[in-house]
Design a protein around this ligand. Sequence first.
Ligand code: AMP
Ligand code: MG
Length: 329
Amino acid sequence: MITQVLPIDDLSLEMAKAEIMRGGVVAFPTETVYGLAANACDTAAVEKVFAVKGRPNDNPLIVHVHKDYDLSELVTDIPSYSHLLTKAFLPGPLTMVYKSKGTVSKAVSCGLDTVAIRIPSHEGAQRFLKYVNIPIAAPSANLSKHVSPVTALHVFDDLNGKIPLILDGGKCSGGIESTVLDCTGAVPCVLRSGLISREMIAQVVGECDEYVFKDGEKVRSPGMKYKHYSPKCETALFSFDDREKAFELYRTKSSEGLKVFLMCDDEVAKQSGCSDILNLGKTENEIAANLYDKLREGESVAELIIAVAPQKQDGVMVGVMNRLKKACG
Ligand code: AMP
Ligand code: MG
């Protein structure tokens, strides 16, 4: 199969829609990462998504809709706090889990009676979702366990020959996956941290829990149990406080002839004295936006990536640390 990478225009949208309507899959951009789209109501198409990615079949997909889509077609029991959150954050990188009405295929939720709904803010994503005007099941458009894609080229590197079309909407501005929020309880609960932090949610609705997996319990967000986001080279992760040890390891391994890159924020980069750096930038949002891009760049040039965690550990950095630990921990 030839994989075309096309800018988003009427022609490529028409091609994407035709592919989706005949049960195929295409990749499209969002503000977080690129998604691999299928008709959420077509079980065979949803199964194709799992097959293309090599995704375990107990890790449910998120359903994407455009901003004017009537959610009552898909879910029930929307709590009042959800309306406040919708007003504050949507369209945007917040996925909300509700009780499913059974409209989308059971294969989407892998047997759960809930469904995760996302309304992305990316203009290209909105255009695509409006154009097809059906619920779209989409995980990240990478091979399972590999680093999530934030450019069309990243998608191409993983899925060339496996899908017919990648809609190219440029580099994703957010860079890490959406926050997944369980909205089936009296108080919302963060199942996966992301760009909309627990603090931001609590500020709008007063209270917000954070799910912590306990041994022996049935996991509430199955995706969280999997190793994710790994680059293809060796990795090591140091805390901010242990950064001197990271610099030392860099020097030792470099002197042994290994191709080593230090991945860290701009401030640590300046202190390090290291020459080969994957610089994540200065601000929280820059660090999130650059993380996957730098991991992908790193695996193409380095035999070993030594990452230093950011000093700040709250807000958006909770989501960044979660990914960093899964990639390099
Ligand atoms: P990905 O598609 O790789 O961004 O992963 C989707 C994430 O959403 C995973 O962590 C899933 O466990 C989570 N998710 C999707 N649907 C549900 C659901 N119905 N209930 C809880 N978590 C969900
Ligand atoms: Mg993923």
